[in-house]
Design a protein around this ligand. Structure first.
Ligand SMILES: Cc1cc2nc3c(=O)[nH]c(=O)nc-3n(C[C@H](O)[C@H](O)[C@H](O)COP(=O)(O)OP(=O)(O)OC[C@H]3O[C@@H](n4cnc5c(N)ncnc54)[C@H](O)[C@@H]3O)c2cc1C
Length: 408
């Protein structure tokens, strides 16, 4: 039997897309390599815009309370002592705050939503490759391997890569390109939080050639996300990931409003790594194929937009694929519509993120900007709305804004 829409990857992007398409009455199969959810390198801190997208997927207050811990602000701290708080539009009341997510609950919950919407979710199945052989009427031939290591093929009319930063589908379609930033290593895990009820700020400690992010998450934990540039390779090799991560965390200072007692908390999972972080593609769609989430490109966790983008790209791709499968669009216009919608939504944000990376790569410049952000409420507020995808990112590129932020 030919699959109508095959989604490769059951992370946030794949599960959200499967839910939208299932609800639209499309026949969908989701292939997910992992037999069951387990912690792996990924993000948890996200803006109120993600909470809104999760509501659109159908999560109610009770579900959101289970998967999201309110975070009043992200505090960015430089090595030379500047710090500023990004509040993502929340006025301190925590009515619509940024959040730290419990991925162990959220990811399976979204896959469950997809199954409820009618998607056929197949865990433990890896897509090893995709081709479009002659004689299949333009269908895709997917090579699958299961837990028993047997290999078989299936045909699909539409294929979607929701398979993250090492996207097999992007490679099979010939659009994967080297990331623009230098190869970095990410390490992530959780520590027990001795004050689990506290609404505490997330913290982003800038290091030389890297950074450490700390985000409070549900079930009494903080998430640790460390990203290290090439100059850390020798230390990583000498110390090992666990020891280096523990050392970097122990060096985060206590502050007036964060005694940082979580530093001594027990790890609640293993340190999971990803290297190199980052992924770029030359196109996000073509005739009958689409890329969503990280598979469609991922710059760096610093600007924290991966989760929101995964959910929005799923919404936009669902629209294009539904148009294609219902006959409202042909393959070429469905691909063009998705490519255009994603560009309109995120191109300016990509420029802002690249600008932030430019500063981050030059410590003196970042320090200069951080001190001005700390002193200037207006630019700081706007920066946090832009970073959180809460206003159009073009506002972060407006010369008047940049002048107000950067003038001496
Ligand atoms: C260290 C780190 C920190 C981050 N911090 C943040 C943050 O603070 N905020 C934020 O918004 N974002 C952050 N991100 C990014 C965020 O984690 C991702 O953007 C988000 O998880 C993307 O979801 P996704 O569904 O596109 O991909 P993934 O979550 O990577 O899901 C891809 C899925 O595809 C499956 N898969 C892969 N290959 C195959 C295959 N061949 N066959 C079948 N299945 C396959 C995988 O098992 C996986 O389940 C961070 C990322 C990293 C690495």
């Amino acid at each position: 039997m030919t699959i109508d829409v095959a989604i490769v990857g059951g992370g946030l992007a794949g599960a959200a897309l499967g839910t939208h398409l299932g609800r639209a009455g499309r026949e969908v199969v989701i292939f997910e390599r992992a037999p069951a959810w387990r912690w792996r390198a990924g993000g948890v801190f996200t803006s109120p815009a993600t909470v809104a997208a999760l509501r659109r997927l159908g999560l109610d207050d009770a579900a959101l309370a289970r998967i999201a811990r309110p975070v009043p602000a992200m505090r960015v701290e430089t090595p030379r002592g500047a710090d500023f708080r990004l509040t993502y539009g929340d006025d301190g009341s925590l009515a619509a705050p940024a959040v730290g997510l419990d991925r162990a609950v959220l990811d399976p919950l979204l896959l469950g939503l997809a199954a409820t919407a009618g998607a056929d979710v197949r865990p433990g199945v890896t897509v090893a490759g995709v081709e479009q052989p002659a004689g299949t009427g333009g269908h895709f031939e997917i090579t699958l391997s299961g837990p028993d290591a047997d290999t078989r093929t299936e045909l699909a009319r539409v294929i979607v890569g929701a398979d993250g930063i090492r996207s097999q589908i992007a490679r099979s379609m010939g659009v994967a390109r080297p990331a623009r930033l230098a190869a970095r290593t990410a390490l992530t895990y959780h520590l027990a939080d001795p004050a689990p009820e506290l609404a505490r700020d997330a913290r982003m400690r800038i290091l030389r050639d890297g950074y450490v992010g700390i985000a409070p998450v549900p079930r009494g934990r903080v998430n640790v996300g460390i990203v290290l540039g090439p100059s850390w390779r020798a230390a990583l090799h000498a110390d090992g990931a666990d020891q280096l991560a523990a050392r970097l965390v122990s060096e985060i200072p206590a502050t007036a409003d964060d005694p940082a007692s979580w530093r001594a908390g027990e790890p609640t999972d293993t340190v999971e790594g990803a290297a190199p972080v980052g992924h770029r593609v030359s196109a996000v769609a073509g005739l009958g194929w689409f890329l969503v989430g990280d598979a469609a490109g991922f710059l760096d966790p610093f600007t924290g937009e991966g989760i929101h983008r995964a959910l929005i790209s799923a919404e936009l791709a669902a629209d294009a694929i539904d148009g294609l499968r219902s006959g409202r669009r042909d393959a070429s216009s469905a691909a063009a519509a998705y490519e255009h919608a994603l560009r309109v939504r995120f191109r300016a944000k990509d420029w802002v993120s690249s600008l932030v990376q430019l500063f981050l790569g030059r410590p003196a410049l970042f320090e200069y900007a951080a001190r001005r952000l700390a002193a200037r409420a207006g630019p700081r507020e706007r920066m946090s709305l832009v970073m959180g995808d809460l206003v159009r990112a073009e506002r972060g590129l407006d010369p008047r804004f940049l002048a107000a932020l950067l003038r001496p």
